[in-house]
Ligand binder design. Sequence first.
Ligand code: DON
Length: 321
Amino acid sequence: IQLAMYDRLIVKDWSKFIEKITILFQNVQREVHEGKNADYIPELSTVDPELFSVSICTVDGQQFDIGDTDAEFSIQSASKPMLYSLALERYGPKYVHEYVGMEPSGAAFNSFTLNSENKPHNACINAGAIVVCGLMYPELSVAERFKKLNTEFSAFLGGEKAGFNQSVYLSEKDTAHRNKALSYFMASNGAFPKNVDIDETLDFYLQMCSIEVNSNQLAKVAATYANYGVCPTTGSTILSYDTVRRTAQLLFNCGMYDYSGRWANSTGLPAKSGVSGCLYIVVPGVLGMAVYSPRLASHGNTVRGIEFAHRAAETFGWNIF
Ligand code: DON
């Protein structure tokens, strides 16, 4: 309120802004119908492909939601940057990067590739996120580990407790052959610290992917990064500037998998997608935005999400360059 009184809000004309966002939303809803739900996790293939929502949270905490904003979805890979940030905060970049690289892999999110040091290329591909899961909370039991992660995630979500989608989790677990093979392939290459239980680690990773959120909550995650580590709606400092900077690098270079280069080239913003059809973008110092629409392109990114985020970035000049 104080910021508004003194006309210091980051978005000066809020009603004009949400009017433009609404028009963009309606245009994308009318024009974009390509892509299909992820089907390698059976539970995701049954979700209504028409669901579509957009949420925005500015660095001063102004919020706007449009579309199917009640729809909840499993967070999937959109959890990976938070996991990486939490690992950096807890164990420091030196230790974390003994186990995971910081380069784009140029390969699909679930590919079997390690870099020349036998580490996963980065913390955004499945291999990297599974290894980072193996670093987390070694002193805790499996039950406490999940509880801890869930609590730490909720600080990014404006202090709201995230849900958990049990059917997605069981469906993932049932069909996790590739992730399992990947985990053991990495274990055979010495990618995990000693004494890490591979099955427990994979299970922890699958649980993390099954955490359930809505677009409003995911916009707050993006807004926390945009606001340099302070959640705009609660005012609590969640991450150090150093962690935000490193995570933004990861988002910029690796957040959209093997589409990351094209995304950086066309839109130029840190972003992260998940196979449930979610996507968030970070506009540093300005706002965070989340889009949810389950239909995906071949690289695993939501088609409407990409189109909407791209059009919004063009309309408002958000490209960081
Ligand atoms: O491990 C998997 O394959 C999924 N639980 C997460 C992958 C994902 O979201 C990739 N996103 N585009």
